[in-house]
Design a protein around this ligand. Structure first.
Ligand code: NDP
Length: 482
């Protein structure tokens, strides 16, 4: 069976203890490759390689690092079709989605930071005649980058690209659940001859390899995307060492749909924001609040469309949804559907697993699910499910909508649907959320700050925010003769 390898110091190497983990194809439920079950020794090797490469890499001109990132971006583009096929097989997401969204975005992440670093500038402040301050923004050292399984190469590259552009070297750990495109990225780095040790990719379990990485005293910062509980564990290790950390965590995002919205647009986009990538996007809206005047009409149309949504093999052109990423996650989503029923919710659509038969008989498929009749305090409406399950609820006033939206411990993203400009501004300003979309969803501009408030994280990614995170500012004040 095919064995993925670690990428350390410019080479593909087997895990030092020779242990491997099974890698499953979600659409069939079968093991199709093996991945390194790395431990402390592998992490130590990778961190040493990154440390050794740091003086060289950080001393390159920005334009030289930019050229390396650009090469990675162009090679991803050349291999787009095979990378998309690998991502779809490894994650269970529709091939169409991986081809249109995941891999192009990974390409663009490298391309964006290849360009951004050429335009990155720092400040200077003239204090008075004869006194000037200027701020250096210097690379820090070895960055530990840890990413989740939902958008594997997309989120992996979203951290690696700015870290490298800023002059740091990197040890990265992809999710053990979806390791394949990180491995293929390592192949690309070898193919283009990226200098040894600049990027190191170590595979393994979060609780072992991931934990060893963040606990290693020779890393300088951590950029993490994943669940809130894992973020808390990492913060407990990193905070007392006073190292920089950026934590992009879970969400329980509200969609607020007012009576005066563009109904068809709101309905169409709510379908996407509820069920794209099987609802496994941290930005998906999972609590849908609809103003009473259009509640019944919206609910009925939404239920009708959801029942017609095609869940099928990821490779099929007409599949709108694929498989859930792992058996453990599939079980977790189904248990939340049961919880919703116990809490008094009515299932209006879906609410069950699906068996596609044939070679997909053992695949992990769940029907898109809508639940009605729950109040905001119940666990279904408070806890992140991270699957194709949404709740719907009516509201009467703007104040009530804001209170409902802000009623969880999370604060990542929100959407507002209204044709009133004043209302859009008013409500946006009151939401406890890092990101607000008005009359749209997931419309991304890579220059904008990305991240959440409350239990959704600490810090921001994107644009200059990421380059600020991956550099250390040093202010230099000079007094000179007048
Ligand atoms: P996890 O927190 O379980 O895992 C995230 C990453 O951390 C994985 O690579 C995992 O490895 C690793 N990890 C797990 N435990 C540790 C540890 N103790 N120390 C170091 N690393 C560890 O999240 P999921 O992969 O399940 O991803 C889903 C979560 O990610 C959801 O909560 C979702 O909201 C959030 N997310 C947030 C985004 C944002 O931008 N705010 C974007 C996308 C997702 P392994 O998988 O190998 O165990």
């Amino acid at each position: 069976m095919f064995k993925i390898q670690n990428y350390i110091n410019g080479q593909m190497i087997a895990p030092t203890e020779g242990r491997y983990l099974d890698n499953y194809e979600p659409a069939t439920g079968k093991v199709y490759s093996l991945i390194p079950h790395s431990g402390k020794q592998d992490i130590d090797l990778a961190v040493k390689a990154a440390r050794k490469a740091f003086p060289y890499w950080s001393s390159l001109k920005n334009t030289e690092r930019s050229a390396w990132l650009q090469k990675i971006s162009e090679t991803i583009d050349k291999k787009l079709a095979s990378l998309a096929a690998a991502e779809s097989k490894d994650n269970g997401k529709p091939l169409k989605l991986a081809t249109k969204v995941d891999i192009p975005r990974a390409r663009d992440n490298f391309g964006f930071y290849a360009s951004a670093i050429k335009h990155f500038a720092s400040e200077s402040h003239q204090t008075s005649e004869g006194v000037i301050n200027y701020t250096l923004r210097q690379a820090i050292g070895v960055a530990a980058c840890i990413s989740p399984w939902n958008l594997p190469l997309y989120l992996f590259s979203w951290k690696i690209a700015p870290a490298l552009a800023a002059g740091n070297t990197v040890v990265a750990k992809p999710s053990e659940v979806t390791p394949m495109t990180a491995y293929l990225l390592a192949e690309i780095c070898m193919e283009i001859g990226l200098p040894a040790g600049v990027l190191n990719i170590v595979h393994g379990l979060g609780a072992e390899a991931g934990n060893e990485l963040v606990s290693n005293d020779d890393i300088d910062m951590v950029s993490f995307t994943g669940g809130t509980q894992t973020g808390e564990r990492i913060a407990k290790i990193i905070a007392p060492k006073f190292k920089k950390m950026s934590l992009e965590l879970g969400g329980k995002n509200p969609n607020i749909i007012f009576d005066d919205c563009d109904f068809e647009n709101a309905l169409k986009t709510t379908m996407h924001s509820s069920f794209a990538n099987q609802g496994q996007i941290c930005l998906c809206g999972s609590r849908i609040y609809i103003q009473r005047g259009i509640y019944k009409k919206f609910r009925d149309a939404f239920v009708e469309k959801t029942k017609r949504r095609i869940v099928g093999p990821p490779q099929n052109e007409n599949s709108q949804m694929g498989a859930i990423v792992s058996k453990a996650h599939y079980d977790k989503i189904l248990s939340y559907i049961e919880l919703a029923k116990e809490e008094g919710g009515s299932v209006l659509a879906g609410g069950k697993s699906l068996s596609l038969g044939g070679e997909h008989a053992e695949g992990w498929f769940i029907a898109p699910t809508i639940i009605e009749g729950l109040d905001e305090a119940c666990r279904t409406n408070q806890e992140e499910i991270f699957g194709p399950v949404v709740t719907i609820q009516p509201f009467d006033t703007e104040e009530e909508a804001v209170a409902l939206a802000n009623s969880t411990s999370y604060g990542l993203a929100a959407t507002i649907w209204t044709e009133s400009l004043s209302k859009a501004h008013r409500v946006s300003h009151q939401l406890h959320s890092g990101i607000v979309w008005v009359n749209c969803w997931l419309l991304r501009d890579l220059r904008t700050p990305f991240g959440g408030v409350k239990n959704s994280g600490v810090g921001r990614e994107g644009g200059w925010e990421a380059l600020h995170f991956f550099t250390e500012p040093k202010n230099i004040c000079i007094k000179f003769d007048e």
